[in-house]
Design a protein around this ligand. Structure first.
Ligand code: DHB
Length: 385
């Protein structure tokens, strides 16, 4: 009896202490793949979040900010369960992270039900922002990258293409928005190929591409798969067969690019962020990121860094309140990101930014995505039909 009383008192004390601490602390629940096939996404975004906090302090909106990081291993059921726990038990004011589209989609209903702003820092299928009015995106969308590259291809003597995408939602966006635009501009799509998200073997698709002999092979694969693909592309001699490789910048990911070797040289691709982006803001960012982590930031890191900016400024505006006040303060933010100018569209809650055309080049012995053209202030073409 005494023992039970004791335990009850302890529990009450913990609860009381917790409630007290909570009054001047806001928690942000970050769910990322820290293990498994998408672990590089988690590593990059986690490093970017830590850099943001190191540079900007652990206070926003007059409160102490506490980051609660959870590893979902990119398993959507785990993402949803962790989100629920973060909302119910940790009482987070915002959810953030989301390495792949299925994880973001699985969590959207929880954001809606609990009125918790959900900042998507990685996943890039157009429809995610429509899955909940509480979703705000700081990554990019595949239709942005796909349309920008198709416009470049049509103007650069690429007439016949084959597309090859990862067989899940962002792959379908990458395929549709690229091939539709190619055809609209008078080009020809010889085939549309897909490879599985988990443990893909690119050999059968590459053999098919060789046989079809297009002017260019267009590729989207999620972050982390680019190096393995590039190796097989080279080994099968497609580069030497005169088939040009182009793609969304996910395949020339700064996380892996420097180790891809010469097969990556000259690959033209489209994306919102290059570690080589030539601006003082980016130079400062890359320098600080590399000093802290000993690796180069990639496009995932920038989604995490900008996501923290959006959350911190919104907390300042809401004076630390969550819910609709926090969400509304995220809408319409305009700022200079290391990627370039950024707007969070107040209507769509999606990101508007420059979509760059880049070419992989060697500089001082290292491989970089060097930007040579851009579509300025690009909205998600998935939402302006
Ligand atoms: C998604 C994941 C990626 O790693 C990427 O590069 C692009 C999109 C996604 O699942 O949405």
């Amino acid at each position: 009896m005494r023992r039970r009383q004791c335990l009850a008192m302890l529990a009450a004390a913990v609860a009381f202490g917790g409630a007290q601490a909570q009054s001047d602390t806001v928690k942000i629940g970050v769910i990322l793949p820290m293990t498994g096939q998408q672990a590089s996404t988690g590593r990059q975004i986690d490093a970017a979040i830590k850099l943001w906090v190191a540079q900007n302090g652990n206070r926003a909106g007059g409160k102490k900010v506490e980051i609660v990081l959870k590893d979902d291993g990119s398993v959507p059921d785990a993402t949803r369960r962790l989100a629920q726990e973060l909302v119910v038990n940790d009482k987070v004011v915002a959810l953030a992270g989301f390495g792949i589209t299925p994880s973001a989609m699985a969590t959207a209903p929880i954001a809606t039900q609990s009125k918790t702003p959900m900042v998507v820092m990685a996943a890039a299928t157009s429809a995610i922002t429509q899955a909940s009015p509480y979703v705000v995106r700081t990554s990019f969308t595949l239709p942005q990258a796909a349309v920008a590259l198709a416009e470049w291809a049509n103007k650069n003597n690429i007439k016949k293409v084959v597309s090859l995408v990862s067989d899940y939602a962002p792959g379908y966006d990458a395929e549709k928005y690229f091939t539709d635009r190619i055809v609209l501009n008078g080009g020809q799509v010889l085939d549309k190929l897909r490879t599985p998200l988990r443990s893909p073997d690119f050999a059968p698709a590459l053999q098919k591409v060789r046989d079809l002999g297009p002017d260019a092979l267009y590729v989207f694969l999620p972050s982390g798969q680019g190096a393995a693909f590039m190796k097989q592309f080279g080994e099968r001699g497609l580069d030497k067969a005169g088939i040009r490789l182009i793609g969304t910048g996910d395949i020339t990911d700064d996380d892996q690019l420097n180790d891809m070797g010469d097969v990556a040289l000259g690959v033209v691709n489209s994306h919102h962020y290059s570690a080589a982006h030539d601006s003082p803001t980016n130079k400062k960012f890359v320098q600080a990121f590399e000093a802290a982590n000993k690796f180069r930031p990639n496009f995932m890191a920038i989604g995490g860094y900008d996501g923290m900016r959006v959350i911190y400024k919104a907390l300042d505006a809401s004076k630390g309140a969550g819910g609709d006040a926090l969400l509304n303060a995220m809408k319409g933010q305009v700022f200079e990101s290391p990627r370039g100018p950024v707007l969070i569209d107040a209507q769509t809650r999606d990101i508007v930014h420059d979509m760059y055309i880049r070419k992989v080049e060697k500089k001082d012995g290292q491989l970089w995505n060097v930007e040579f053209d851009a579509i300025k202030a690009m909205k998600d073409p998935g939402k302006t039909k």
